[in-house]
Design a protein around this ligand. Structure first.
Ligand SMILES: Nc1ncnc2c1ncn2[C@@H]1O[C@H](COP(=O)(O)OP(=O)(O)OP(=O)(O)O)[C@@H](O)[C@H]1O
Length: 278
């Protein structure tokens, strides 16, 4: 699908959400929500706690039902595809859930091979080879392959979970708060890794985050959830100038001061130094 942005440039849409409504009983979480994610971008998805960022990600992935609305992924109506098309589409998506969600009884190698076993029919030797490539790609030492999640640090768990999300060479990856729980240096390194993978693999990244550093240092665009819909989307510069109380206090509040300059422009040096997190 092609879309035209505000500058008139044509961009390929890899995820398109239109008019999505999600309620749990009388609790309406998302109402008439629209969102586009473009090929090759890193989109940061933010919003106050409990407003439905995870619900949207899970709804898009069909892990939660929606009452109405449409979701197109990589040009396909995700609701109306055959089982075979759905499987082919699922292989092009990678997901990193909050806390990593690795299987605790499996080693890192076995965790990474779960999607390979589910979707591919490969000899064990080839799976082992591919696994070691993924491990290297996310910056883990080869010895990490035989460790169990309980033997890994928080940062290693995130990297292992990312390696699993990349197991099938996806086009689009969903990351739910990938840097939460990491110290500022670990978080900055993880951001760099995501940016590098986007550049080298041509990934499109949909990232739910609370991390101001990530927004400033790696996100190309930001979408803000509020009032049950996407109430603003654009570049960091556009967000800094956006006339909305929550967005202003988010980007100009106490936490943000070291990464937003007095003139309201992003202080890239401050962001790169990884001085803020969480
Ligand atoms: N399976 C579910 N059943 C019922 N209510 C749910 C379910 N999942 C989420 N909710 C509700 O949906 C709302 C949004 O939750 P969600 O976890 O998406 O928020 P969030 O924006 O991701 O929050 P945070 O930033 O704190 O992670 C909350 O009110 C939550 O209680």
């Amino acid at each position: 699908m092609q879309a035209t942005d505000a500058s008139g440039a044509s961009r390929k849409t890899v995820l398109s959400v239109r008019g999505v409504n999600v309620s749990f009983g009388s609790n309406t979480v998302l109402k008439d929500l629209d969102l586009d994610v473009y090929r090759g971008e890193i989109l940061g998805f933010i919003g106050p706690s409990g407003t439905g960022k995870s619900v949207l990600m899970r709804t898009v992935l069909k892990l939660l039902p929606r009452q109405s609305g449409k979701v197109w992924i990589l040009g396909h109506d995700y609701e109306n595809v055959s089982d075979a098309e759905r499987m082919a589409l699922d292989m092009r998506l990678g997901v990193l859930f909050q806390q990593g969600a690795l299987f605790s009884s499996l080693t890192v190698r076995e965790n990474i091979q779960v999607p390979m076993r589910e979707y591919l029919d490969l000899p064990q030797s080839l799976m082992d080879e591919l696994t070691m490539l993924k491990i290297e790609m996310v910056g883990l030492a080869p010895q990490a392959a035989d460790r169990y999640p309980s033997e890994l640090s928080g940062g290693m768990i995130k990297r292992a979970a990312l390696a699993r999300a990349l197991a099938l060479d996806p086009d689009l990856v969903f990351l739910d708060e990938p840097t939460s729980g990491l110290d500022p240096i670990g978080a900055a390194e993880f951001d760099e890794l995501i940016a590098r993978l986007r550049d080298t693999l041509g990934l499109t990244v949909y990232m739910v985050t609370h991390d101001l550093d990530s927004l400033f240092s790696v996100c190309d665009r930001i979408a803000v959830l509020g009032d049950k819909k996407v109430k603003a989307q654009g570049t960091i510069e556009e967000m800094l100038a956006f006339d909305d109380e929550w967005i202003q206090s988010y980007f100009h509040g106490k936490r943000a001061r070291s990464i937003v300059r007095k003139d309201g422009q992003p202080n890239r040096a401050g962001a790169d130094a990884g001085t803020m997190n969480g």
